[in-house]
Design a protein. Structure first.
Length: 226
């Protein structure tokens, strides 16, 4: 039987992303989030507009989307209730957040240089997506109560790094969905995927049919930026 309900949040289950960016002082920031979805080589990211990560992306035009596996839940959880913002925004103070400048050290994760953008990648994440800012959109501008609090940022993926353990054998340009086990956030709790339920009719379409045209081509960073 269906019941009319009024949940405080509508996080029905999306992959966790560790977004790395550069703070204004040049230090690396690392923030967990799960309001993300992909279409082709574009990704939409949802943030609290006053958080450090969206401000970093809007200022520098770059970030890295590091995708942790389900096994990395303990590492991601070490970043819970931390923020690079100093002072901590009032809304986050009320939720128990504290300032943390050394995010990689806090999570016990390893920063490694990216190839096309300045923010570092997370070595331990099986998939790392270097990205550049493509656009932004303020959310809920029609609601005076929360106007200015939310922002959606569109990024273009410009380089993909994947551990060989999650690739289809003999096909270096395909992620194997039976091997890739992403960390999922659903209503503030961590989950993993179950094994494949059944074949999908959509899977009869070759993945290559979805490749963007033209294929993304990005110059390497200038040596002064590496």
């Amino acid at each position: 039987m269906l019941t009319t309900t009024n949940p405080a949040i509508l996080y029905f289950g999306t992959p966790v992303v560790l977004v790395s960016s550069l703070n204004a002082d040049g230090s690396a920031n690392l923030a967990p989030m799960s309001s993300a979805w992909w279409l082709g080589w574009r990704c939409m990211l949802g943030f609290g507009a006053r958080s450090a990560t969206p401000q970093n992306i809007l200022r520098t035009g770059e970030c890295v989307l590091n995708l942790p596996s389900a096994a990395m839940a303990p590492f991601v959880d070490r970043l819970a209730l931390t923020t690079a913002s100093n002072p901590v925004p009032e809304t986050k103070q009320k939720r128990g957040y504290r300032h943390e400048a050394r995010k990689f050290e806090r999570a016990d994760l390893t920063p490694v240089p990216s190839e096309t953008v300045a923010p570092p990648r997370v070595l331990e994440c099986p998939i790392q997506l270097e990205a550049r800012l493509a656009g932004s959109h303020r959310i809920a501008e029609d609601n005076s109560a929360i106007r200015g609090n939310l922002i959606a940022i569109e990024v273009e993926i410009v380089r993909v790094h994947a551990d060989s353990s999650v690739l289809v054998p003999g096909e270096p340009d395909r992620i194997d969905p039976d091997k890739w086990r992403p960390l999922i956030m659903s209503f503030q709790h961590f989950y993993g995927l179950t094994p494949r339920l059944q074949e999908s009719t959509l899977a009869t379409i070759p993945e290559s049919a979805y490749r963007p045209k033209p294929v993304p081509v990005v110059e390497e960073m200038a040596s002064t930026n590496q």
